[in-house]
Design a protein around this ligand. Structure first.
Ligand code: SAM
Length: 156
Protein backbone atom coordinates (compact mmCIF):
# COMPACT_ATOMS: atom_id res chain seq x y z
CA UNK A 1 0.00 0.00 0.00
CA UNK A 2 2.86 2.36 0.80
CA UNK A 3 4.43 1.68 -2.59
CA UNK A 4 1.12 2.36 -4.35
CA UNK A 5 0.59 5.58 -2.37
CA UNK A 6 4.10 6.66 -3.34
CA UNK A 7 3.14 6.09 -6.97
CA UNK A 8 0.20 8.47 -6.50
CA UNK A 9 -2.61 5.96 -5.92
CA UNK A 10 -5.35 6.88 -3.43
CA UNK A 11 -5.22 3.93 -1.02
CA UNK A 12 -7.65 2.66 1.59
CA UNK A 13 -7.10 -0.17 4.03
CA UNK A 14 -8.92 -1.88 6.86
CA UNK A 15 -7.85 -4.21 9.65
CA UNK A 16 -9.89 -5.71 12.44
CA UNK A 17 -7.32 -4.67 15.08
CA UNK A 18 -6.65 -1.17 16.30
CA UNK A 19 -2.98 -2.12 16.76
CA UNK A 20 -2.52 -2.88 13.04
CA UNK A 21 -4.17 0.39 12.00
CA UNK A 22 -2.10 2.45 14.47
CA UNK A 23 1.06 0.78 13.09
CA UNK A 24 -0.06 1.34 9.48
CA UNK A 25 -0.80 5.02 10.14
CA UNK A 26 2.68 5.45 11.65
CA UNK A 27 4.24 3.76 8.61
CA UNK A 28 2.30 5.96 6.19
CA UNK A 29 3.40 9.06 8.15
CA UNK A 30 7.03 7.88 8.10
CA UNK A 31 6.88 7.56 4.32
CA UNK A 32 5.10 10.91 3.97
CA UNK A 33 2.08 9.42 2.17
CA UNK A 34 -1.65 9.50 2.81
CA UNK A 35 -4.09 6.64 3.17
CA UNK A 36 -7.65 6.08 4.34
CA UNK A 37 -7.06 3.56 7.14
CA UNK A 38 -9.81 2.26 9.40
CA UNK A 39 -10.52 -0.43 11.96
CA UNK A 40 -13.17 -2.70 10.43
CA UNK A 41 -14.08 -6.36 10.08
CA UNK A 42 -13.74 -7.49 6.46
CA UNK A 43 -16.53 -10.05 6.95
CA UNK A 44 -19.01 -7.21 7.54
CA UNK A 45 -17.47 -4.05 6.11
CA UNK A 46 -19.58 -2.16 3.61
CA UNK A 47 -17.20 -0.48 1.13
CA UNK A 48 -18.03 3.24 0.80
CA UNK A 49 -16.96 3.18 -2.86
CA UNK A 50 -15.59 0.82 -5.50
CA UNK A 51 -11.86 0.38 -6.00
CA UNK A 52 -9.62 -0.31 -9.02
CA UNK A 53 -7.52 -2.73 -6.96
CA UNK A 54 -8.74 -4.92 -4.10
CA UNK A 55 -6.22 -7.06 -2.25
CA UNK A 56 -6.21 -9.42 0.71
CA UNK A 57 -2.95 -11.17 1.61
CA UNK A 58 -2.65 -13.65 4.48
CA UNK A 59 -5.59 -11.99 6.21
CA UNK A 60 -8.46 -14.44 5.70
CA UNK A 61 -10.49 -15.55 8.74
CA UNK A 62 -10.39 -19.16 9.91
CA UNK A 63 -13.61 -20.67 8.58
CA UNK A 64 -14.89 -21.26 5.06
CA UNK A 65 -18.10 -19.37 5.98
CA UNK A 66 -16.23 -16.29 7.21
CA UNK A 67 -13.95 -16.44 4.17
CA UNK A 68 -17.03 -16.40 1.93
CA UNK A 69 -18.14 -13.20 3.73
CA UNK A 70 -14.74 -11.59 3.08
CA UNK A 71 -15.00 -12.62 -0.58
CA UNK A 72 -18.45 -10.99 -0.74
CA UNK A 73 -16.91 -7.79 0.67
CA UNK A 74 -14.11 -7.97 -1.91
CA UNK A 75 -16.67 -8.48 -4.69
CA UNK A 76 -18.68 -5.46 -3.46
CA UNK A 77 -15.52 -3.33 -3.36
CA UNK A 78 -14.29 -4.18 -6.87
CA UNK A 79 -14.93 -1.57 -9.57
CA UNK A 80 -15.75 -2.48 -13.17
CA UNK A 81 -12.39 -3.17 -14.84
CA UNK A 82 -10.85 -3.58 -11.38
CA UNK A 83 -8.21 -6.08 -10.29
CA UNK A 84 -8.50 -8.53 -7.41
CA UNK A 85 -5.38 -10.01 -5.80
CA UNK A 86 -5.73 -12.73 -3.14
CA UNK A 87 -3.00 -14.73 -1.46
CA UNK A 88 -3.17 -17.05 1.52
CA UNK A 89 -1.68 -20.30 2.71
CA UNK A 90 -2.85 -23.28 0.66
CA UNK A 91 -4.07 -26.65 2.04
CA UNK A 92 -0.63 -28.32 1.79
CA UNK A 93 0.48 -26.01 4.62
CA UNK A 94 -1.68 -27.94 7.10
CA UNK A 95 1.14 -30.47 7.44
CA UNK A 96 3.73 -27.74 8.03
CA UNK A 97 2.43 -25.76 10.98
CA UNK A 98 0.28 -26.79 13.98
CA UNK A 99 -1.76 -23.56 13.92
CA UNK A 100 -3.24 -24.43 10.53
CA UNK A 101 -5.04 -27.44 11.97
CA UNK A 102 -7.97 -25.19 12.88
CA UNK A 103 -8.00 -23.14 9.67
CA UNK A 104 -9.78 -23.61 6.41
CA UNK A 105 -6.95 -23.09 3.90
CA UNK A 106 -8.35 -22.26 0.45
CA UNK A 107 -7.02 -24.12 -2.59
CA UNK A 108 -6.37 -22.36 -5.89
CA UNK A 109 -9.27 -24.33 -7.43
CA UNK A 110 -11.58 -23.11 -4.68
CA UNK A 111 -10.59 -19.46 -5.22
CA UNK A 112 -11.13 -19.82 -8.96
CA UNK A 113 -14.58 -21.34 -8.36
CA UNK A 114 -15.47 -18.68 -5.76
CA UNK A 115 -14.65 -15.89 -8.22
CA UNK A 116 -16.00 -17.68 -11.29
CA UNK A 117 -17.72 -14.51 -12.51
CA UNK A 118 -14.37 -12.73 -12.90
CA UNK A 119 -11.76 -13.11 -15.62
CA UNK A 120 -8.98 -15.22 -14.11
CA UNK A 121 -5.63 -13.73 -15.10
CA UNK A 122 -3.44 -16.00 -12.96
CA UNK A 123 -4.24 -18.68 -10.41
CA UNK A 124 -1.50 -20.87 -9.02
CA UNK A 125 0.31 -22.16 -5.98
CA UNK A 126 3.29 -19.90 -5.28
CA UNK A 127 6.20 -20.18 -2.90
CA UNK A 128 6.15 -17.66 -0.05
CA UNK A 129 8.80 -16.69 2.52
CA UNK A 130 8.47 -18.32 5.92
CA UNK A 131 7.38 -15.86 8.62
CA UNK A 132 10.05 -15.24 11.26
CA UNK A 133 7.64 -15.85 14.16
CA UNK A 134 6.78 -19.30 12.73
CA UNK A 135 10.31 -20.64 12.49
CA UNK A 136 10.22 -22.03 16.01
CA UNK A 137 7.36 -24.35 15.02
CA UNK A 138 9.02 -25.95 12.01
CA UNK A 139 11.99 -28.18 11.29
CA UNK A 140 14.73 -27.22 8.83
CA UNK A 141 13.97 -25.00 5.84
CA UNK A 142 10.55 -26.10 4.64
CA UNK A 143 8.95 -24.81 1.46
CA UNK A 144 5.94 -22.64 2.33
CA UNK A 145 3.26 -22.27 -0.28
CA UNK A 146 0.25 -20.06 -0.87
CA UNK A 147 -2.76 -20.06 -3.16
CA UNK A 148 -2.59 -16.95 -5.37
CA UNK A 149 -5.40 -15.47 -7.43
CA UNK A 150 -5.18 -12.55 -9.84
CA UNK A 151 -8.58 -11.82 -11.34
CA UNK A 152 -10.24 -8.96 -13.16
CA UNK A 153 -13.81 -7.72 -13.37
CA UNK A 154 -15.06 -6.95 -16.86
CA UNK A 155 -15.87 -3.37 -17.73
CA UNK A 156 -14.35 -0.03 -18.75
C1 SAM B 1 -0.83 -12.13 8.99
S1 SAM B 1 -1.43 -10.48 8.97
C2 SAM B 1 -1.19 -10.12 7.24
C3 SAM B 1 -0.71 -8.77 7.00
C4 SAM B 1 -0.40 -8.40 5.54
N1 SAM B 1 -1.62 -8.34 4.73
C5 SAM B 1 0.63 -9.29 4.90
O1 SAM B 1 0.39 -9.81 3.81
O2 SAM B 1 1.71 -9.44 5.47
C6 SAM B 1 -3.19 -10.70 9.05
C7 SAM B 1 -3.94 -9.44 9.36
O3 SAM B 1 -5.31 -9.63 9.02
C8 SAM B 1 -6.12 -9.01 9.98
N2 SAM B 1 -7.46 -9.63 9.94
C9 SAM B 1 -7.80 -10.90 10.24
N3 SAM B 1 -9.13 -11.09 10.09
C10 SAM B 1 -9.64 -9.90 9.68
C11 SAM B 1 -10.96 -9.44 9.37
N4 SAM B 1 -12.03 -10.24 9.44
N5 SAM B 1 -11.11 -8.16 8.98
C12 SAM B 1 -10.05 -7.32 8.89
N6 SAM B 1 -8.79 -7.69 9.20
C13 SAM B 1 -8.58 -8.96 9.58
C14 SAM B 1 -5.36 -9.26 11.29
O4 SAM B 1 -5.75 -8.38 12.30
C15 SAM B 1 -3.91 -9.06 10.83
O5 SAM B 1 -3.50 -7.73 10.98
Amino acid sequence: MIALAELGWEVSGIDITDKAIVAARALFARHGVRGELAVADATKWVPPQRYDLVTNTFALPATREAQAQVFATARAALAPGGTLLLKDFDPSMRAQHPAFEHYHLPSVEELVADFGELEIVRAEVVETPIHDHARKHVQGEPRWTAAFLHARRAGR
